[in-house]
Ligand binder design. Structure first.
Ligand code: AMP
Length: 144
């Protein structure tokens, strides 16, 4: 399989979320980043953090957005620890289809799980009401 870096497609699903064209269970947003519940979580409380920059992968991410994504990830992780009452959070990020990347807008996964338990991509959509409730709790924990 070829793993050449794709050019950015601004119709990808995360670009549409940033533009407000499709809904998400928002956990946090600022000028440079957006964090929301993963719709097919690999564990309860799985959150994605994305930059508001057109980047397919790490190689295309501008330094100020890399910094902003990590700052948001820190906020989200602190909220996950509080809300889910667990210390262990996996930070994961896939670069390229060969690595398993499926959405070609750079994103960091924050997964309340363990490397010993983490399986493949989630295959079942989560319950929407549960995602909404978790998003509300995480958002409130960030705002505290
Ligand atoms: P990756 O394989 O690293 O590209 O991860 C893409 C992630 O995006 C997967 O965990 C999907 O479950 C998640 N995902 C895809 N579509 C949506 C969506 N509409 N809302 C939230 N998460 C999504």
């Amino acid at each position: 399989m070829s793993d050449a870096i794709k050019s950015y497609d601004d119709h990808n699903i995360f670009a549409k979320m940033i533009q407000g064209d499709i809904p998400c269970h928002k956990v946090y947003e600022d000028d440079m980043t957006l964090a929301f519940m993963d719709i097919m979580p690999q564990a309860q409380g799985h959150v994605l953090v994305i930059p508001k920059q057109q980047a397919v992968d790490l190689s295309q991410l501008e330094p100020e957005y890399a910094s902003a994504v990590l700052m948001t990830a820190k906020k989200v992780m602190a909220a996950q620890r509080k809300v889910l009452e667990r210390e262990g959070i996996i930070q994961m990020q896939l670069n390229g289809a060969q690595a398993g990347q499926t959405v070609f807008h750079y994103h960091v996964h924050l997964i309340p799980s363990s490397i010993h338990e983490l399986g493949r991509h989630g295959s079942q959509p989560a319950d929407q009401a549960e995602l909404a409730e978790l998003a509300t709790q995480l958002k409130a924990a960030i705002e505290q």
